[in-house]
Design a protein around this ligand. Structure first.
Ligand code: B1M
Length: 213
């Protein structure tokens, strides 16, 4: 197997044997984020396909998630960091009912490495908690992540609740079940502030940078 195939396979098989050595090798060829977005993401996509076809059980998918998380933490110190002083404060959360956090945590890493202060509220965050955190933290933007189809609907509800609470700071949404169209047709009309769709973590950084300028 090639290095790239081995990296994807660690994720698919949920195995860490040899992972660190191969990540080190990969760093000689690629930028950390390209390793994540390339072979590791391909592995995760395969996990999603196998899971969907009932060829993997939740416990196995959890192991794959562990490999992905371990890889991201190994690669994180090698990522480019800008020393720009605090560009703004971003509140991040995975919406109510959803436990998926790998994508959200990647967004946190990218934003904090690029001068943003990130308050990560974690997973399954109900609108009430988000509203309370907004009042306390006074963020420049709110970032919501969700991977389940029902999470896209939960974002609509969250937008409504935030609006009812008088909150209108820019909102960025992302996650596999979401589309740009759903964001502009279903979420944005329910919110008073700007609502932006990010297809991945780097896109998220671009969007937030544009908001600050
Ligand atoms: Co779940 N899961 N899962 N899962 N899981 C999916 C999402 C699924 C598509 C798999 C499948 O069936 N093919 C499916 C959803 C079906 C649907 O609703 N359409 C699914 C399901 C069904 C479930 C359960 C219901 C299974 C069950 O219990 N029967 C359950 C849900 C529990 C719950 O949430 N209440 C469940 C549980 C789990 C695990 C716990 C086992 C584990 C998560 C572990 C963890 O996150 N700590 C897990 C995993 C790993 C997946 C897959 C395989 C991989 C997700 C992932 O981490 N990808 C996933 C299939 C897939 O996506 N291919 C699947 C890597 C990550 C980097 O990508 O999060 O998409 P992602 O983030 C991307 C972009 O989306 C974007 O940037 C990132 C890239 O840079 N992004 C943002 C994300 N958030 C953003 C926010 C932003 C900006 C960009 O700004 C704020």
């Amino acid at each position: 197997l090639t290095l790239e195939e081995r990296l994807a396979r660690y994720v698919v098989e949920g195995s860490k044997d040899g992972l660190t050595e191969d990540l080190k090798l990969a760093l000689e060829k690629y930028q950390p984020l390209d390793i994540i977005n390339g072979p590791l993401m391909r592995g995760m996509e395969e996990v999603g396909r196998l899971f969907n076809g009932n060829q993997l059980i939740v416990a196995e998918v959890l192991q794959s998630a562990e490999v992905m998380k371990a890889s991201v933490s190994f690669l994180e110190p090698f990522m480019e960091k800008s020393d720009a002083a605090a560009k703004g404060k971003i509140l991040l959360a995975t919406v109510k009912g959803d436990v998926h956090d790998i994508g959200k945590n990647l967004v946190e890493i990218i934003l904090s490495n690029n001068g943003y202060e990130v308050v990560n509220l974690g997973i399954k965050v109900p609108p009430e908690q988000l509203i309370a955190a907004c009042r306390e933290e006074k963020p420049d933007a709110i970032g919501l992540s969700g991977l389940l189809v029902k999470s896209a609907q939960q974002m609509v509800i969250t937008a409504q609740d935030l609006r009812a609470a008088g909150i209108d700071v820019p909102m960025m949404v992302g996650g596999a079940a979401l589309t740009r169209k759903f964001t502009s047709n279903r979420i944005a009309p329910e919110y008073r502030g700007i609502v932006l769709y990010a297809k991945d973590a780097m896109d998220g950084l671009d969007l937030v940078n544009r908001l600050q300028n």
